[in-house]
Design a protein around this ligand. Structure first.
Ligand code: G3P
Length: 225
């Protein structure tokens, strides 16, 4: 399973890359807006930090087909790591159908249902970004049903670019556990949620106990020397 970090913060991308666990980065206009830096510049900085072969998603802003097509063509040329993010709209689907046969890789975003995932897969998306947090925020409890069905779909049928299901809009480690359980190929999570994955009280207690036992053994050896 691939783990992406969902951020536009260069510090967070650097730290997560140092762990050696990060397979890619997802950004979106809201995350970039928080950083107060030019969009293209920050995306290129992220590409440099993560290194070759890691997927970096950069999102189109233009809603209309003609402008989105031009924007997607431009973003795709920024860097070899780029996956162009387009929303699941008729324009986004048409842009993917037009450019994916030319080798542009797409992350189709704002997917909330299986029919939407099907449209994105057929249009040539590489990543199907299903937003679980925003659905769970509404209290429906159905977020992972869509993920599970989409995983079955991509494992059952052939699509143009062998799409992968990407669990996005993650709010808690529990949603990552659920993503693993249903066999999602990718999860993207905010840096603070990735950090939380490390923690378990028994790990902390175990480290403390090993250190204490070791110091006691050294002291015992010194006394008997
Ligand atoms: O990057 C897409 C997604 O992860 C956004 O999440 O927290 O704005 O629902 P959120």
């Amino acid at each position: 399973m691939k783990l992406f970090v969902d951020t536009a913060s260069l510090d967070e991308v650097k730290r997560a890359s140092e762990w050696g666990l990060v397979d890619g980065v997802t950004t979106n206009p809201s995350l970039i807006a928080r950083e107060n830096v030019p969009y293209r510049k920050r995306v290129l900085e992220i590409c440099d930090v993560v290194g070759p072969g890691k997927a970096v998603s950069a999102e189109c802003i233009e809603p209309e087909f003609d402008k989105m097509l031009a924007e997607a063509r431009d973003i795709a040329k920024w860097h070899p790591n780029i996956h162009v993010k387009v929303p699941l709209t008729p324009a986004g689907v048409e842009v993917m159908a037009r450019l994916s046969p030319q080798g542009v890789r797409f992350n189709c975003t704002l997917i909330f249902s299986l029919p939407q995932a099907l449209l994105a897969a057929k249009a040539g998306a590489k990543f199907l970004s299903i937003f679980v947090g925003r659905v769970d925020d509404m209290g429906s409890g159905e977020a992972f049903k869509t993920v599970e069905d989409a995983v079955d779909m991509v494992n059952t049928y052939e699509f143009p670019n062998q799409p992968e299901v990407l669990v996005a809009s993650v709010r808690s480690p529990l949603q990552i556990v659920e993503a693993v359980r249903v066999g999602a190929q990718i999860t993207t999570a905010p840096f603070k949620i990735l950090e939380e994955l490390f923690h378990h009280p028994l790990t902390d207690a175990g480290i403390e106990r090993f250190a204490k036992d070791y110091q006691e053994a050294l002291a015992h050896a010194a006394r008997n020397a």
